[in-house]
Design a protein around this ligand. Structure first.
Ligand code: NAD
Length: 396
């Protein structure tokens, strides 16, 4: 079939098999070009949320920058003869092929990472194939979580706390700067968001892995957060998502204490804003990202997902790194995004930006390109008129 992008709100319901592979290959090529980060330090890496965004980049840098065997977990929709799979399914396939060709173990388990059965499957696989894990990357981003112990289905809400909020945003499809009204979250909505995006599930994972004795001496674990500035605080850090991320900080402290016996370490890393499936759904963020990208590109300091994660491994996760920590013990990777020259310019443009000058002050084109790229569209060298098999011949 010939695959075209079909965009519905914040997601694209189609994904291009060859384009997704090209996207993964580009990230692998970038990583290889940078040379080896560390040999033998991360032998076996578990990536929860491995199929897109930051998790995929971590898996690529682990394998092609550190020579690691990787076990990944993600939640995908399988293809049929007439329907494409989720982009993550193609990304996983492309990653596994490339890793195997490089002589690296790579296995992906598709299913619900919030479920206890998934933890059992992962532990069985580690025992059978890998022995012990040196690094656990927790990079899940989901709107729902079925609690494994209570069975309750929690849905997250992206809302402010306290007062209703009227705030600038952008309608990405129409390219219009708009104002959005957001009602404050109820205590129940806040609690549900913490249940989905907070730290409990990360703790469940680390407890299960510790109990099964599948973590190596000195094992590290990292999960990701975003803090941003006063432009995004009303909807992010001061809202329901911020409450969930505060809970992630709490969980990191707990996990860190439990890892002490192994000489291990647990960190939350504060990453920069990027275009991902998860971040595109947050009001305000696309407008902020459009301005941020324009300013960072103008200043010659723009980092894409793979460059950002490569820098995290090379300067912060690698043994012996001088950690750039904040008062809460988080790794700060958002130093360039939050640097004065960048933020002063973004804040100067924020009150001025309107539909008419959006292209001049912001990089909505870059935002849209990155968004389509997530689904395998717009990559150089891909023939988008060619007939492709959405199943990659793997389902027969
Ligand atoms: P993403 O949407 O690109 O990827 C999420 C991953 O989680 C995918 O692999 C998906 O398959 C997997 N997943 C979701 N639900 C699952 C489930 N039930 N079981 C198994 N796998 C599941 O997300 P992202 O933007 O890379 O976000 C990852 C983390 O980074 C999040 O904690 C996010 O808050 C954080 N972060 C993101 C940004 C940003 O700008 N995107 C910035 C800073 C921090």
């Amino acid at each position: 079939m010939i695959v075209k992008p079909r965009i519905r709100g914040f997601i694209c319901t189609t994904a291009h098999p060859t384009g997704c592979k090209a996207n993964v290959d580009e990230q692998i090529a970038y990583t290889r070009d940078q040379g080896e980060i560390s040999e033998g330090e991360f032998k076996n890496v578990l990536v929860l949320g491995c199929s897109g965004g930051y998790g995929l980049a971590c898996r690529i840098v682990s394998a092609f920058g550190c020579g690691a065997n990787t076990l990944g977990v993600s939640f995908e929709k399988l293809p049929t003869e007439s329907k494409t799979a989720t982009a993550g399914w193609y990304n996983n396939a492309a990653f596994e092929d490339a890793a195997e060709a490089a002589g690296l173990y790579a296995k992906t388990i598709d299913g619900d990472a919030f479920a206890d059965e998934m933890r059992e499957r992962v532990i069985d696989t580690i025992k059978a194939d890998l022995g012990k894990i040196d690094l656990v990357v927790y990079s899940l981003a989901s709107p729902v979580r079925q609690h494994p112990r209570t069975g309750e289905l929690h849905r997250s809400s992206i809302k402010p706390l306290g007062d209703a909020l009227n705030i600038k945003s952008v309608h990405v499809d129409r390219g219009e700067v708009i104002e959005v009204d957001l009602e404050p979250a109820t205590p129940e909505e806040t609690a549900n968001t913490v249940a989905v995006m907070g730290g409990e599930d990360w703790e469940f994972w680390m407890d299960a892995l510790l109990e099964a004795d599948v973590l190596a001496q000195g094992c590290k674990t990292v999960a990701f957060t975003y803090i941003g500035t006063e432009l995004t605080w009303p909807i992010y850090w001061d809202g329901t998502l911020g409450q969930a991320k505060i809970d992630l900080d709490r969980a990191s402290g707990e996990i860190g204490r439990k890892l002490e016996a192994l000489g291990g370490d647990s960190r939350v890393a504060v990453l920069k804003a990027i275009v991902s499936q998860a971040s595109s759904a947050i009001p305000v963020v696309p407008l902020y990202v459009a301005l941020l990208f324009k300013v960072m590109k103008e200043q010659g300091i723009h980092e894409d997902v793979i460059a950002h994660i490569h820098r995290m491994f090379a300067t912060q996760l690698k043994g012996g790194s001088e950690l750039r920590l904040d008062d809460a013990g988080r790794i700060r990777m958002d130093d360039i995004e939050l640097s004065d020259p960048v933020q002063e310019e973004v804040k100067r443009r924020w009150p001025q930006v309107a539909t008419e000058n959006l292209d001049e002050l912001g990089d909505l084109t870059g935002f849209r390109e990155d968004f389509l790229k997530i689904f395998g569209f717009g990559l150089d060298g891909v023939d988008y008129e060619a007939d492709v098999d959405p199943t990659l011949g793997r389902l027969s």
